[in-house]
Ligand binder design. Sequence first.
Ligand code: MRU
Length: 440
Amino acid sequence: MKILSELDLGNIRAAGVQTGNPLIKASRGRSVLTLVKHSNTTCIRDHHSLGDPRMMENFRLAPEELCFPIIQSISSDRCQHSSAFAIILTTMIRTIEWTDEGVVRIDQRRLPTHELYPVFKTHDEVAIAIEDMVVRGAPAIGVAAAMGIALGMKNSQAASPEEFDRDFHRVCERLLVTRPTAVNLFWAIERMRWAFKHSRREGASIDEIRKQLVVEALDIHREDVESNRRMGIFGAELIPDNATVLTHCNAGSLATAGFGTALGVVYAAVEAGKRVRVYADETRPFLQGARLTAWELAKENIPVTLITDSMAGHFLKSGDVDCVIVGADRVAGNGDVANKIGTYMVAVAAHENNIPFYVAAPLSTIDLTLGSGEQIPIESRADEEVTHFRGQQVAPEGVMVANPAFDVTPHRYVSAIITDAGVAREPYDTSLKALFEKKE
Ligand code: MRU
């Protein structure tokens, strides 16, 4: 749940929102939600469930949790003066959370049929969750790894600073080997290492370091959502009204701490009042497009048409697609983009048909240490992902299988890279560097 914009009562009325004490309905874009305040009680209702005691189920949140960030953002002054107020909100899938019990994460393997939120109680469980794709998507992997480290050190039984150092090293090493392509994993672990070293240098106690690691992991989580929001604003400019966008894999809320990269651009365009529909490639073999992108967009009421990967060329040639937007797992300094296997074919077909091919990736996905995409390590995954479908064998026993999880799209096919610091275009070796410098 995220505040899109906070409006005072006057603005809400000016925006054409109906009011009726003590409820005010706020309606804009894809969300219609009502925040109601009567003296000490505050609750939020969506328009489908006004008055329904089960209304919170849609959000899987306790009312206090949901309202906490909202109440914080309203000046107490205004609260005192209005018996009711409304805020325009958008629903945002809660993908990963730090809790006292452990790291809570939506299980992406079970979607779309089951929406489950298992709790991971050790860093090793978090590492296995990354390997098994419970958590997937470059930014989400980075956030999960950071929380995994904080969790591992919370659980550490070390009695001396030296033992604590050794535990920290062991925990980082475990998370480092989970998946090789998404650079956000290494970026997030590096940030946690920096936070650890910094606290150590400052002479912090073991307990203080533990707390500092939690703070750092939560910062990484929060910054990811913020950077997706910024990317959305930059990217939405590139989307025409009434646009049809084709996307590959899942680069939405589920692949990040929230809001998404490629789908974040779609959400931001819709929030800006544009009409957008999406073709989602199913994304063999793990079906991130069919299972996750289609689920997420449908949940956000954005028209989505699911197609198989082999149909993408047909639709790109048909004149029905205005642009392609994908996310990335790692972008090299020259603008070459590693993303889900199949992205390269889409980029070539888009180029052939003069359709802009955009990549949305935060600076944490850009690896300036690599001069070209040839240097990006490509993960190879288990044969069963190709030979089986949900446990059902679909290929002959013993057939040879190749299962690279990513491919590299050369920068010449990339029309622009939408980052959280602005939009980069060719020549990427200078434009990407300039965005990093601008951020510093
Ligand atoms: O193997 P996955 O599902 O982790 O691969 C994910 C992708 O390729 C995404 O497109 C990429 O991480 C961008 S996520 C915002």
